[in-house]
Design a protein around this ligand. Sequence first.
Ligand SMILES: Nc1nc2c(ncn2[C@@H]2O[C@H](COP(=O)(O)OP(=O)(O)OP(=O)(O)O)[C@@H](O)[C@H]2O)c(=O)[nH]1
Length: 314
Amino acid sequence: MSGKEVRMGENKKGFFGRLVEGLSKTRNNIVAGIESIFSGFSSIDDEFYEELEEILIMADIGINTTGSIISDLKQKVKEARIKEPKECKELLIQSIMDQMKVTEAAYDFENQKSIVLLIGVNGVGKTTSVGKLAGQLKDKGKKVMVAAADTFRAAAIEQLTEWANRAGVEIIAQKEGSDPAAVIYDAVTSAKARGTDVLICDTAGRLHNKKNLMEELKKIDRVITREYTDAYRETLLVLDGTTGQNALSQAKQFKEIADITGIILTKLDGTAKGGIAIAIQAELGIPVKYIGIGEHIDDLQKFNAGDFVNALFN
Ligand SMILES: Nc1nc2c(ncn2[C@@H]2O[C@H](COP(=O)(O)OP(=O)(O)OP(=O)(O)O)[C@@H](O)[C@H]2O)c(=O)[nH]1
């Protein structure tokens, strides 16, 4: 079966169906537990809340966010004078959504001349996400260029070249070990000359040397400020969803060194820890803009908190 046939088959399931399927491991983890307490308990008591707390923590929603959800739910249950456990499912969903409230996830970079930087440690799915995003924007009729500014590993440059070929977009790359800011300079110059709409840059992210990383990002920032003044800026932090709470602490560290405008949470198809998306928005206040739910080009989806929570709990 060709890639196109697979994609058409998948599209038939619809956006929500694919989301539910992609999140199946986290969903199975939550749904069984939720159903058993909503049907198993005859009243909403301390034991009920304790079990619910355990389920949320198991799904990697995290202790802090879970605590806030539970206390908010208790308040809502009290106000609505609800007595039956099964009646409070909708209130639980509402409590989770309330915790996830962040400034609206805007995708303004799609509709104007822009430069999008993807940052994140190696192996989280950065290069793959650059490729997927490039392919999707190209399909929308945008003139897209990608830049291989993660020059640490030759394999990363090769991988991005493959994605660029697959997506049918231009790529700017130099050899392994070259200065990332020099790659960005090259890319910006080419993007301006060729009338590129969206320039997407795969950048480095070695957190074990935070000072160097900070210097590297600052240098990139200076080049863009100087050379591409009128371009809209987007900085997306890529996190591996399978690492659960580690992804959250990684995000906290990156937040100290970069102006992150959104998060891409990858590999949610391979994990039962998808609740981390809830913790990230609740604790960091940064919108999750995309989630990765597979390796196909279409498996990078815009994140919608309502759809996400409904896909997990219903
Ligand atoms: N199942 C699944 N796999 C993914 C997803 N996103 C990325 N991957 C896989 O994760 C692996 C690592 O992805 P890369 O894109 O190479 O990660 P990277 O952060 O660029 O890492 P370097 O290339 O080492 O810098 C690859 O095998 C991808 O195919 C996803 O949403 N779901």
